[in-house]
Ligand binder design. Structure first.
Ligand code: PNS
Length: 171
């Protein structure tokens, strides 16, 4: 049984992530999507919300499960009998940092990292950019799965309402 992990923040999951998860699901027996519990980073969606969205958009894959983790990814791998981390590589700019992480993870626990080049359709895509563009009213349709688009728009408009309510009256 070959079980691999696709780790990330997934705040929120994009079509780029989904492409990598789907391709990993065709290569391996089981893919565990592990959502990082970010304690030091402010996220738009809670860990539970990020997991819920991932479960919804991966429900068509019988061999994909979604969970959360904190601490080192290698400790998560060891605890879950996982020997391979699967990551997407968008561009050369991703490579340097990803290479350091993969070498560190190998050094720490002998965990291998398998890199898949991102589908060129999504090579420019990252969650932070999606949030920024959508936050200013830009169209991110086709870049995130449909259920994520709806939740993103809802969350951003409630954030806008909160901000407006907190602002002093003009004049
Ligand atoms: O989606 P992201 O935020 O780019 O994912 C980064 C992630 C979660 C894969 C990476 O930060 C990670 O593995 N964090 C867990 C902590 C850890 O193991 N750090 C040392 C890596 S060498």
């Amino acid at each position: 049984m070959r079980r691999v992990v696709c780790p990330g923040s997934f705040d929120p999951v994009t079509n780029g992530h989904l492409d990598i998860i789907g391709r990993a699901a065709r290569l391996y027996d089981e893919v565990v999507v592990a959502v990082l519990i970010n304690i030091s980073k402010q996220t738009l969606f809670t860990t539970d919300e990020r997991m819920e969205m991932l479960r919804e958009v991966t429900k068509g894959y019988q061999n994909v499960t979604v969970t959360r983790f904190h601490g080192l990814i290698v400790d998560f791998c060891r605890a879950n009998d996982i020997s391979v981390i699967v990551k997407g590589l968008r561009a050369v700019s991703d490579f340097e940092y990803e290479q350091m992480m993969s070498q560190m993870n190998y050094r720490l626990a002998g965990i291998e990292t398998l890199f898949m080049t991102t589908n060129p359709l999504y090579a420019f895509l990252r969650s932070s950019l999606v949030k920024e563009v959508a936050g200013y009213g830009g169209d991110v349709g086709g870049l995130v799965p449909e259920p994520v688009l709806t939740r993103l728009q809802e969350r951003l408009s409630s954030r806008r309402r909160e901000q407006q309510a907190g602002q002093p009256e003009p004049g």
